[in-house]
Design a protein around this ligand. Sequence first.
Ligand code: 9MR
Length: 472
Amino acid sequence: MHNRRLAAALAVVASAALAGSLALVRPAAADTSLKQLAEGKGKYFGTALVQSNLSNSTLVGVATSQFDMMTPGNEMKWDTTEPSNGSFNFGPGDALVAFAQAHSMRVRGHNLVWHSQLPGWVSSLPSNQVQAAMETHVTTEATHYKGEVYSWDVVNEPFNEDGTLRQDAFYNAMGTGYIADAIRTAHAADPNAKLYLNDYNIEGENAKSNGMYSLVQSLLAQGVPIGGVGLESHFILGQVPSTMLANMQRFAALGLDVAVTELDDRIQLPASSANLQQQATDYSTVVSDCLAVTRCVGVSQWGVGDADSWIPGAFSGYGAATMYDQNYQPKPAYTASVNALGGSGGSSSSSPSTPTSSSSSSGGGGGGAACKVSDTVDAWNTGLTENITISDTGSAAVNGWRLVFTLAPGQTITNGWNATYSPSSGQVTATNASYDGAIAPGGSVSIGFQATHTGNAAAPASFSLNGQACSS
Ligand code: 9MR
């Protein structure tokens, strides 16, 4: 504890010194940043940091001006925190927590139980000793960070691609029940932390996310205090699943938080400007999806910029996966994220220069859009037909859109045209069909649906297109 306070004090001094030197070379923060815009929507925008990042003043300038949530990239993992049985090391994690606190960033604890970055002594234990070792590890670490982390990834990446549980040291020793045990143990140590299961390739609806969904249902039925599901979101360019929004909604409908925890979008190098525009579209889609789900608490990118990304080391020939280039200049994905959050796509406060692509603010190919929606409802005693016209009133083309609106209570969509509608009642997202995703400036598309109602045939009060409110 004393060490942690000391580390905290040192980190505050160090970061104050960095901030001081930054002020000499950089303009004051603009009034638009990812974090300010996200906070305006009740969400956070985060990044992962590793301890060595704290000595890079350019990186720190971007991190502290743009992000209000921090996930330690490696420093809270088992191989760092308990490298040998019963011997704990929280120094690196404490330094990151102190940095986050000094800059008003929340912290996602990452992670307590994971098959990877697991010291050899755990996998070598006789199976009848694994449970005690896991519980001791979880209790000690979650107690150490009690009150300092907003959430924990209690179990990280427990699934195989087919939706079955990975047969790691924990599963082999304890069976499926290790997950409930780890969550209960973490809850006993830090009752206020939101406790997550976190995994990759569960962003869309597929076998793996179905496995997660079934597990979470069963945990809830057993009264296990799970609070959220983390969708890592390590995407390949152009492959954000079209079912991501519906997938987040189904987890949220169970009463859980969802979060985009490790966003990046890898490009086969060299990245062309068309690739960067597609990446902008991908980021915009992810941010818009999170905004469309009340229980989506925030989006975090894995690393600040391309220079910090794990991608080139893990996927040969790929890179350029983040919103900032090798020199921490914002890329079109940054501008598209700002636009999706309702901002105006200016340059980053951490960067005096304009974005790397002059066309990056042009809606980012599907970014937040200036729009007008008109709708008409023709109702009869138990049903209605609604026709909606979406107009692009901005100067940039819309390239891929999602229209979000809330149906009056009792209304249920039975069939629709020129878009897909999900879910069929409550807050609905209409996603463009393959043939009407592009709306030119001044152009419009018409969509519509039929619904049943129970007496209230009112039209939705408002519409938003790609996260941006439309005029009527
Ligand atoms: O960013 C982390 C990298 O430095 C490590 O080498 C790697 C080892 O697996 O883990 C990275 O972070 C991972 C995260 O903890 C869990 N999801 C996947 C991330 C990328 O591998």
